[in-house]
Ligand binder design. Structure first.
Ligand SMILES: Nc1ncnc2c1ncn2[C@@H]1O[C@H](COP(=O)(O)OP(=O)(O)OP(=O)(O)O)[C@@H](O)[C@H]1O
Ligand SMILES: [Mg+2]
Length: 326
């Protein structure tokens, strides 16, 4: 299928007193039309800055590389065209619904806003807002359109934010931790809803999460990020069957089992390096129980790993095994 979003060698730098610090390094990936891709990794790995760089939301950060949406290079188009793409061709949902909503505006008006901004008449825009609320399972949408955000629960507010993102019928949705701020029950409901809407609309979705359980439930393909780089990428089936990077293996071991206690089974000792304090060699080496000398001196490239379907990994050990077995 054709690439809808293509990110080529995206690097993101933050200015500091001591010079520029790389937050994301040479990230390359694509999302095809209708495809659901997950970006997973622990806190600080660069997931949100990547999403925000695609949308050009952090003008204080310098980016390098290409971001092609529907064949159009987003990093060079005028800001007013970019503003049209936000909430237009690309819908966005962030972690905290409250910060995305105006507390003083009725929710129907807020959902209709992206259409109104595109010159759609108010009545038509409101009718469409109501229709999207219906689609998102908000009972009695015709009445509840006139409520204010504080009258809604967290889960309902996030549905409103999703409705805002969907009202202009985007072809791509970027959802950054869309359920993290919700209670467990609302998390499940909102995730199920997103999944259903993505499937029904044939909506390509880039979902960002630190929860590998959400990856399994929602996505078809996954990229694992560590310290600003992609360390493993592949189809969800392939990554869950054959996790190859020791970091991915640790993430998978940390999934709470449905039949067991909810706490993490294994917690990965240590923490990921701060941007600017990334070691030479593999960024995961200081926490990796399998690291050898080469891991501490040479940064491994993301290379194709044997398996069924797409699978790439940036790990010297994986490629040594492949070479030895060849
Ligand atoms: N505007 C900014 N200026 C400077 N540094 C930033 C900026 N935004 C983020 N960072 C740094 O970039 C790194 C990646 O941050 P990012 O928010 O992308 O992480 P994340 O993977 O989304 O983590 P989380 O799971 O906590 O949301 C972090 O070290 C963060 O402190
Ligand atoms: Mg984030």
């Amino acid at each position: 299928m054709k690439d809808l979003l293509r990110v080529n060698n995206l690097s993101i730098f933050a200015p500091t007193a001591a010079g520029e610090v790389p937050l994301v390094r040479s990230l390359t990936f694509n999302v095809s039309g209708g495809e659901r891709v997950a970006l997973v990794g622990e806190s600080g790995s660069g997931k949100s800055v990547t999403a925000r760089a695609i949308m050009r939301l952090d003008p204080g950060l310098r980016t390098q590389g290409e971001v092609l949406f529907d064949g159009q290079e987003l990093s060079t188009i005028p800001e007013e065209d970019m503003a049209g793409i936000r909430g237009g061709g690309i819908g966005m949902v962030f972690q905290d619904p409250m910060s995305a909503l105006n507390p003083l505006m009725r929710i129907g008006e807020q959902i209709a806003e992206p259409l109104a901004a595109r010159g759609v008449p108010r009545r038509t825009a409101l009718a469409k807002a109501r229709q999207v609320l219906d689609e998102l399972g908000v009972a009695d949408a015709a009445r509840r359109m006139w409520a204010y955000p504080h009258e809604f629960s967290g889960g309902m507010r996030q549905r409103v934010v999703i409705a805002m993102a969907l009202v202009a019928e985007p072809s791509l949705l970027i959802a950054d931790e869309p359920t993290t701020a919700l209670d467990v029950r609302a998390q499940e409901q909102v995730l199920a809803l997103l999944s259903e809407v993505s499937r029904q609309r044939g909506l390509a979705t880039l979902i960002i999460t630190h929860d590998i359980g959400i990856v399994a439930e929602f996505a078809q393909r996954v990229m694992v990020m560590y310290s600003g780089s992609c360390v493993e990428h592949g189809s969800v089936a392939e990554i869950f069957e054959r996790p190859t990077h020791p970091y991915t293996q640790a993430l998978l071991q940390a999934v709470p089992r449905l039949d067991g206690p909810i706490e993490r089974l294994v917690s990965l000792p240590g923490s990921s390096p701060r941007p600017g304090a990334r070691p030479v060699g593999c960024p995961f080496a200081p926490r990796c129980s399998q690291a050898v000398e080469k891991c501490r001196t040479e940064n491994p490239e993301l290379l194709t790993s044997g398996g069924h379907g797409p699978h790439e990994v940036a790990c010297h050990l994986a490629h040594m095994e492949v070479t030895q077995n060849a």
